[in-house]
Design a binder for this molecule. Structure first.
Ligand SMILES: Nc1ncnc2c1ncn2[C@@H]1O[C@H](COP(=O)(O)OP(=O)(O)OP(=O)(O)O)[C@@H](O)[C@H]1O
Ligand SMILES: [Mg+2]
Length: 357
């Protein structure tokens, strides 16, 4: 029930699925390009995925049917971006001549990435290597860039590149606007600036925000043999249905509360413990404007209507709008439907973290 195993065959560099490739290449020299090369050496191994069926179907539709050249999956740490991408690649790998998974941890210089890509997509002994867009046209490729937020700076609005990474903006625009049949899949905590301007139903970029795992997160709690199942949904809501956060909290419940979810919940406010370090990583990236806005949101009891600001509010209306828009791009605030327009709210764990600052 909603359980998908990871049926991935993990290949090393130059794993060409030789049978299909060889057969075709002798029949028709043009088809040399169909020899498959999938390099997933940088991808972690994750062995199970609960649910995410709807999200997987959306991604498959965008990639295989709509041929969207750049797709960004955004969400907080631990929500399952890497996990869903691994499952996606396992399910659609046969549709691609080339698959490459690269992590942006420790920065990934664009120049290095481009050289790697050209060599991997189209290895050639020619003195003049083909252009990247040419490679993307010749070989249907899926390129996954994980931890894309590593290319963004701290202390500025979401999606602002580090000085040494700012060329990525142009690169994304180029991939989005030149014709080819390949796909760049970005996994990130934040939405890149230019993606926001290039996305829309008829445009070349789409973004999928990963949210709570919902009721399926019960499977994670079940693995841990926690008790008081009638209270599990409350626990899931308190920790935003985030698989990693729930795993961390389940450890605490086992260690300190004998597995009793009811006893743990009796504390009232969410307990952070090891979660604090994770939330700190998100908080320290914020700009000053966002820090002011998020502190204000943490103090307010209910969802906030930003058109009804207190008279003595520390930010001007335009500053607040800027901050809210940026916090949305970081998935740090949630939209809820108000009577007139949208209201905004912090998730309980984020609220607790900010309140304790
Ligand atoms: N749908 C799911 N079902 C079961 N486990 C999941 C699911 N999604 C994620 N997990 C588990 O939760 C943990 C965090 O997932 P993952 O690493 O994919 O998050 P992430 O969004 O990539 O986080 P980060 O931004 O820090 O890289 C992993 O141990 C993963 O196996
Ligand atoms: Mg990840």
């Amino acid at each position: 029930d909603g359980f998908i195993t990871n049926k991935f065959s993990w290949c090393n560099e130059n794993c060409p699925y030789p049978k299909a490739g060889k057969k075709r290449s002798t029949a028709n020299p043009d088809k040399v390009k169909t020899e498959k090369r999938h390099d997933l050496t940088e991808a972690p191994k994750i062995d199970r995925l609960y649910n995410r069926i709807r999200e997987l179907n959306t991604l498959k539709q965008w990639i295989l049917e709509d041929n969207i050249p750049i797709i960004t999956v955004i969400g907080l740490s631990g929500i399952g971006k890497t996990a869903i991408a691994l499952e996606l690649v396992a399910q659609i790998k046969d549709n691609f001549d080339r698959i490459l998974w690269r992590n942006c941890t420790n920065g990934l210089a664009l120049k290095t990435l481009k050289t790697n890509l050209i060599q991997f997509l189209s290895p050639s002994s020619q003195t003049k290597p083909p252009s990247l867009t040419n490679c993307l046209r010749t070989h249907r490729s899926l390129i996954v860039l994980d931890d894309f937020q590593e290319l963004f700076t701290n202390g500025q609005l979401a999606g602002t590149y580090l000085p040494e990474s700012k060329d990525y903006g142009k690169f994304l625009k180029q991939i989005a606007t030149t014709p080819h049949n390949s796909c760049l899949l970005l996994l990130s905590w934040e939405k890149p600036l230019e993606i926001a301007t290039l996305e829309g139903k008829k445009n070349p970029c789409r973004t999928l925000q990963l949210n709570s795992l919902g009721e399926s997160a019960k499977d994670i709690l079940r693995e841990r043999e926690l008790t008081d199942e009638d209270r599990w949904l409350e626990l899931i809501e308190l920790y935003s249905g985030n698989p990693l956060w729930l795993t961390i909290v389940a450890n605490t419940i086992e260690e300190l509360f004998e597995g009793s979810v009811a006893e743990f919940l009796a504390r009232g406010s969410p307990f952070l413990g090891d979660l604090e370090a994770i939330l700190h990583e998100h908080y320290r990236r914020l700009s000053e404007l966002e820090k002011l806005a998020i502190c204000w949101l943490a103090k307010v009891e209910n969802a906030v209507d930003i058109s009804e600001l207190p008279a003595d509010f520390i930010l001007s209306e335009s500053e607040l709008l800027k901050a809210v828009q940026s916090l949305l791009k970081r998935c740090l605030i949630e939209k809820v439907k108000g009577q007139k327009g949208r209201k905004f709210v912090l998730s309980p764990a984020v609220k607790e973290y900010v309140k304790n600052l």
